[in-house]
Design a protein around this ligand. Structure first.
Ligand code: SAH
Ligand code: SF4
Ligand code: F3S
Length: 470
């Protein structure tokens, strides 16, 4: 596949536009305000950091209140119907803000509107939306905004292109201040799991050059972040498209060499591409978190084949055995889909069997959601929502019991954690994470946020731990 980078010329022209808009905004009595709302995965969070970076460069300041926004930008997700319904509801509700501020610009971008039928729906049914742009237009946002700002009479702008996708380096990034940061290492997905919309809305896999990823990691660490999550839909295939022999483990090794105290996390890892080298690298790199999120989706081999996942139940269990052999204290988490079209009750038992055998610390569980245009949407789906819900409840009950037991095993241990934020109040005013990514509630001085500290685990529930600073 041909590798495409946005040309320097194209990027320069966007920079010129940003400068032009910034100059115009600087003449206003006070800086204009932007409201950015993000749905979906961390990949989308990372995109929003770039959209905010561009907005900030254009002279906007940020608000959490859509009623005072000059620009409202909704970055959308398409992974499940529930996400789309929620987004459409919230986009619809923006009509009230627009009524109050007639000049407000409302923009909707990202995965949901990359689907033609959704872009059409917005065009027809949401006339208060001024700008719609797809995932391949992110770097053109300044130009699209300029068309709305400078036109004598405002006309709606729709920019959704089909593209293999490309990589735009050098966009400004506006990160929330704090402890945790996102670092995209690759974009897109080539796997076409039969239920999943992501490959259709995000284009083919393309890896950033290792030097760009490592340079951004250095910047992130230099800015004081202590927790860096490397992002991709399947980080284990990082580098394959570059043809230079670099792989994901190499990135971990290189980032691990950067001076400073921080942890390296990553997601998501596809089981079919996870290798011994990956686990050995994690074991050898002291900054790599003792955690892997390894979605198995279903336990039954026939269902896995219908899902186009590329591994069997036994291969998945062997992979887990290898992970535990190389990193005995590794924390395992996963994603599961219940009620894939045609999955029978007996086949679902295999999902429970995998959960019992692996004993994950926690799981993200989803009921199958039909996505238009994917192969699974055409498969017969004879089981009712109620039947699927029953299975889902059984799965949750089993996992809650396992999570409770696993978390109880931490009690009495002393562990190093990274204090990462304020709690919800009450006795435990701080939150922290173990290397394995477990949430720990603590009491202590706010000044500890951003530092690593030893805690004794004093209590647990099925979803969190409680600790005392040593
Ligand atoms: N690239 C990641 C997953 C991204 S989507 C991976 O392969 O692991 C996050 C999760 O959403 C998936 O792991 C899957 O469990 C779930 N998911 C994706 N499509 C879905 C659908 N159509 N219905 C229900 N859950 C879905
Ligand atoms: Fe979707 Fe599969 Fe790609 Fe993950 S690997 S994003 S589940 S197609
Ligand atoms: Fe959603 Fe797009 Fe991520 S569909 S899960 S925001 S890649």
């Amino acid at each position: 596949m041909k590798r495409m980078e946005a040309s320097e010329y194209e990027f320069e022209s966007q920079v010129d536009i940003m400068d032009k808009i910034a100059a115009r905004n600087s003449l206003l009595p006070s800086p204009p305000k932007a409201y950015v709302d993000t749905y979906g995965c961390q990949q989308n969070e990372a995109d929003s950091e770039r959209l905010r970076g561009m907005l900030s460069r254009m002279g906007y300041v940020f608000t959490q209140n859509e009623f005072e926004a000059d620009v409202a930008l909704i970055n959308t997700c398409a992974v499940r119907e529930h996400a789309e319904m929620r987004i459409l509801g919230n986009v619809g509700a923006l009509v009230h803000a627009k009524k109050a501020r007639k000049d407000m610009i409302i923009a909707v971008c990202g995965c949901m509107v990359q689907q033609e039928h959704m872009a059409e729906k917005i065009k027809k049914s949401y006339p208060h939306v001024d700008l719609v742009f797809g995932t391949h237009e992110l770097q053109n946002f300044p130009e699209l905004l300029e068309r709305l700002l400078l036109a004598p009479k405002r006309r709606r702008v729709f920019a959704v292109s089909d593209s293999e996708g490309r990589i735009s380096e050098g966009l400004p990034v506006h990160r929330d201040r704090g402890v945790k940061s996102w670092l995209p290492v690759m974009y897109g997905c080539n796997n076409f799991c039969s239920y999943c919309i992501v490959p259709y809305v995000r284009g083919r896999e393309r890896s950033r050059l290792p030097e760009n990823v490592i340079a951004e990691a250095r910047e992130i660490i230099a800015s004081g972040y202590k927790d860096i999550t490397l992002l991709g839909q399947n980080v284990n295939s990082y580098g394959k498209d570059l043809g230079t022999g670099v792989d994901f483990a190499y990135l971990i090794e290189e980032i691990n060499k950067i001076e400073g105290e921080f942890v390296i996390r990553f997601m998501t890892s596809h089981p079919k591409d996870a290798t011994r080298r990956l686990f050995e690298t994690m074991a050898a790199c002291e900054k790599a978190a003792r955690h892997i999120h390894l979605p198995f989706q279903a336990g039954n081999t026939r269902v896995l084949k219908a899902m186009n996942r590329g591994y069997t139940k036994e291969q998945y269990l062997d992979l887990i055995a290898m992970a535990k052999e190389i990193i005995p204290d590794i924390v395992l988490t996963s994603d599961v889909i219940v009620g894939f079209p045609g999955e029978t009750d007996e086949e679902f038992e295999d999902t429970l069997d995998v959960i019992r055998k692996v004993r994950f610390d926690s799981l993200f569980t989803f009921i199958y959601s039909k996505r238009k245009g994917t192969p699974a949407a055409e498969m017969p789906d004879p089981f009712t929502r109620e039947e699927k819900q029953k299975r889902f409840d059984r799965l949750l009950e089993l996992q809650n019991a396992i999570s409770s037991e696993k978390h109880a095993e931490y009690v009495g241990k002393t562990m190093q954690v990274l204090v990462d934020g304020e709690g919800e109040g009450g006795e435990y005013n701080l939150t922290a994470r173990t290397s394995g990514g477990r949430l720990v509630h603590l009491a202590g001085d706010r000044a500890l946020i951003g530092s690593f500290t030893d805690v004794e685990i004093t209590g647990s529930t099925n979803w969190a731990l409680f600790g005392k600073i040593k």
